[in-house]
Design a protein around this ligand. Sequence first.
Ligand code: PLP
Length: 841
Amino acid sequence: EGLGEHRAKAERMYSLMDGFLKNDPISLQKDILHHVEYTVARSRFSFDDFEAYQALAHTVRDRLIERWHDTHIYFKRTKPKRLYFLSLEFLMGRSLSNSVINLGIEDQCAEALNQLGFEFEVVAEQEGDAALGNGGLARLSACQMDSLATLDYPAWGYGLRYEYGLFRQIIVDGFQHEKPDYWLNFGNPWEIERIHVTYEVKFYGTVEEVEMNGEKQKVWIPGETVEAVAYDNPIPGYGTRNTINLRLWAAKPSSKFDLEAYNTGDYINSVVNRQKAETISNVLYPDDRSHQGKELRLKQQYFFVSASLQDIMRRFKEEHTNFDELPEKVALHLNDTHPSLSIAEVMRMLVDEEHLGWHKAWDIVCKIFSFTTHTMVTDGEKIPVDLLESLLPRHLEILYEINFNFLEELKKRIGLDYSRLALLSIVEEGAMKSIRMANLAIVCSHTVNGVSKLHLERLKTKTFKDFYGLYPEKFQCKTNGVTQRRWIVVSNPGLRDLISKWLGTEAWIRDADLLSGLRDHLDNADFHLEWKMVKKVNKMRLAEYIEAFLTLSLLQVSLDAMFDVQVKRIHEYKRQLLNIFGIIHRYNCLKNMDKDSRRKVVPRVCIIGGKAAPGYEIAKKIIKLCHAVAEKINNDTDIGDLLKVVFIPDYNVSVAELVIPGADLSQHLSTAGNEASGTGNMKFLMNGCLLLATADGSTVEIIEEIGEDNLFLFGAKVHEVEKRRQKRLSNLAPLQPAKVPLHFARVLRMVRDGYFGHKDYFKSLCETVEFGFGNDYYLLTSDFGSYLEAQAAADKAFVNQDKWTRMSILSVAGSGRFSSDRTIQDYAESTWKINPCRCPL
Ligand code: PLP
């Protein structure tokens, strides 16, 4: 009878619905107008571009929600093994264009808007970026979510909903200033607040031993409780109904919080103190390399880990009763060491809350975690024991016990080799005793993934050499990838149409390997013509942006010039300084040329962009130097269009979408052995830009695909870098003029002597590349000659536009391997062991 009642209710509800939302332009228009009036609360007879954006976003969101519900109902019904992708950062950028493309309603939306008097591109521009991450790692998470949805994998992303994303970079007089990015100011139509999905997250307190069923049991008595509220962000797949979930947590004061405080009579202070809970998820740490030793950072990590795991365990327990099934149903992926506290938390849940017993719990834990490391350095993330002891006392005990058991096992294998034991230990002894998060993640994960072949090799032979000796079977390579949906289809519609026309299919949008078919048209003159036209239009778009954005400097750039781009976070190892020194050298050469020689010069527009971590002084000086050099060169009427230097401020995903398609040449200059993978290089490759690069990270694999002749390679190889450093240091008189290439010495002297002003300010920057000070750790001096040769080769190739176009076509044709679809499929099959689960229509 219960079932009959349920069916009758369902039928009645169904009869009230009009079925699925329709996607023809008229239905879309009706929905847009509905949202203008009832969601945005504007008159349907008068609304502007931003309000049109809001209304369209809600119209698209409704459609996303339908699919998202269906996907989850289907997953619930079929109970597949699920992947939980844990990452403290997701750099999603804008959602509108990506969503309409993945839903397959882009033309209909454009037509609907058109009939209402709006233009899709203009409306889409109204959206701000969701910048909940720093750079490569965070954008990778976003690309991988797109691939997980597209390939129908039953996956969830978990992260933090920072109220302040990555700071906005403002440039004043050439100096970087940081402005908070309160990105939620105008609402966020792409998220769904789930006020009923909340969990309590506990901190501080003590651990007590209690007697339970005749056995001693540890119990954590926490001292502070904060509430985690879920915000869900639907992620639609392309060419599928599957729409998966990215669940981000926000901290709120617990409703049970501190009743006592209110009874003290200090009501105002109690409310203010309550508010402090919310600061946990307030702000993203803006350093993409280190976050050591900060209590708030540790709080963020545990807040995120605790809420996510409570949610994951609840879902598991709704469907299963036996924890032995956990490894068959749950894969937990650690995106870098940031979420590694998950290991201790799962142990705590299984041992203290589910009373499974240590060994059984440990056995399960070792089967569910996998780990990807993004670093080259041995000295990775560490948490001071003092901090853990006060914030998470029970977790510290668990970590000690994990380490004790691990070391005992280790002694059986390697004997009492104390120096090796100390190296491998999860606990680092010393002045500041701390937990090594990478060691923890390696010990507990069934797979440890590097992000390029070169990176894996480095992990095996250097970074985690000792661990590799212990667990060779754990170490795998999963070269990073980027999604062609965003990085061609959304950001380069001209190229999308061209590729589809010449391949005769759009299937490459789901299967990037098909891009290799472009090689069949390599010598077709019409194809070349259309290819060049697409690039020209993208360059025009970029030039307009530069002119509009940099109005103060009244900068105009010539479309005939080579657009030469280096955009990424500013770091010494990424060597933006090498680029700037190269520009100064080019300037010197131009100044010394006669008129005839100048006529043969390929004009250049050198574009640099990227943020420096707020506390990273040298990186900030690099930004200032870039501006100082630009000011000098751009105002030198003698040089004119032959050389222009542009710094594009506030580099983020939507700026990348504009800049990358418009670049002719892109620079990836990291000293070999420093970039774990790099993903910027892949995006430029997909957009037909030629790379000028070192043999570092994933560039080595790009060379395997397109051949050394198809890019401009320079600099020391990984195996040469260490030798050169040694040589430099053992050189007794390294500042002898003969030891420093003449061109380099000259450029350095110009900066040092104040040719670009700010002599004192640039002194410490110059010292980084001088012996006796910074010792030129990143080898700018020794790579400079080879860098200039690569630049000259690029100039030469650009003159021959047929050759250049061939190289450009071959770049795109060889980019299929760098789709994140390939990365994700590889992870799914060999690491997570999950299967596609496609929601039926
Ligand atoms: N920041 C943004 C906004 C990006 O889109 C990318 C691209 O991959 C990166 C940073 C990382 O660039 P790279 O791999 O060149 O350091």
